[in-house]
Write a protein that binds this ligand. Structure first.
Ligand code: GDP
Ligand code: MG
Length: 162
């Protein structure tokens, strides 16, 4: 079976955009409003000839209302089923309380984590990305999932984690 990579993070940080970038197609649904990916969706991808499965997830919502709780549960299942996790943070916003909560969950799961500092569309965003060292997950990889900036380095790190 192919190694499995889960893409997690709170809503609207650009998880589905990153997944589309990695699979090279626009299959994961991208939306301006949070919480559109309601479930786990799995795709096949490859990087430098190595194949793997990539699982897009809905983001975490901290309010425990109906569907949002189940979205969080799906994300937790995705982590459990994964060999490695890409944790996506919006570098233009910085680490939020929800992000900190996700970090705790990731620590508990004990899976290898690669930290993607997304929405770094240009050099001026690099400093924002660097503040994410504070999450304690190691090096934040600055990427623009929208434009492709930095995604090669991110994928190299992912392949080492998988
Ligand atoms: P998800 O909820 O985490 O799956 O986020 P989406 O992939 O649906 O993206 C949410 C919004 O962020 C959309 O409007 C995307 O176009 C935007 N977005 C995603 N990645 C980037 C990026 O690298 N740079 C910028 N500027 N916007 C992005
Ligand atoms: Mg999504």
């Amino acid at each position: 079976p192919l190694p499995v990579l889960a893409v997690v993070g709170r809503p609207n940080v650009g998880k589905s955009t990153l997944v589309n970038r990695i699979i090279g197609r626009r299959e994961a649904v991208v939306e301006d409003r949070p919480g559109v990916t309601r479930d786990r969706v799995s795709y096949e991808a490859n990087w430098n000839g190595r194949r793997f499965k990539i699982v897009d997830t809905g983001g975490w919502e901290q309010d425990v209302l109906g569907i949002d709780a189940s979205v969080a549960a799906q994300a937790e299942f995705a982590i459990e089923a994964a060999d490695a996790v890409v944790f996506v943070v919006d570098a233009t916003v910085g680490a939020t309380d929800t992000d900190e909560a996700v970090v705790k969950l990731l620590r508990r799961a004990g899976k290898p984590v690669v930290l993607a500092a997304n929405k770094v569309d240009g050099p001026s965003g690099e400093a924002d990305a660097a503040t994410l060292w504070n999450l304690g997950l190691g090096e934040p990889f600055p990427v623009s999932s929208l434009h492709g900036r930095g995604t090669g380095d991110l994928l190299d790190a992912i392949m080492e984690a998988l």
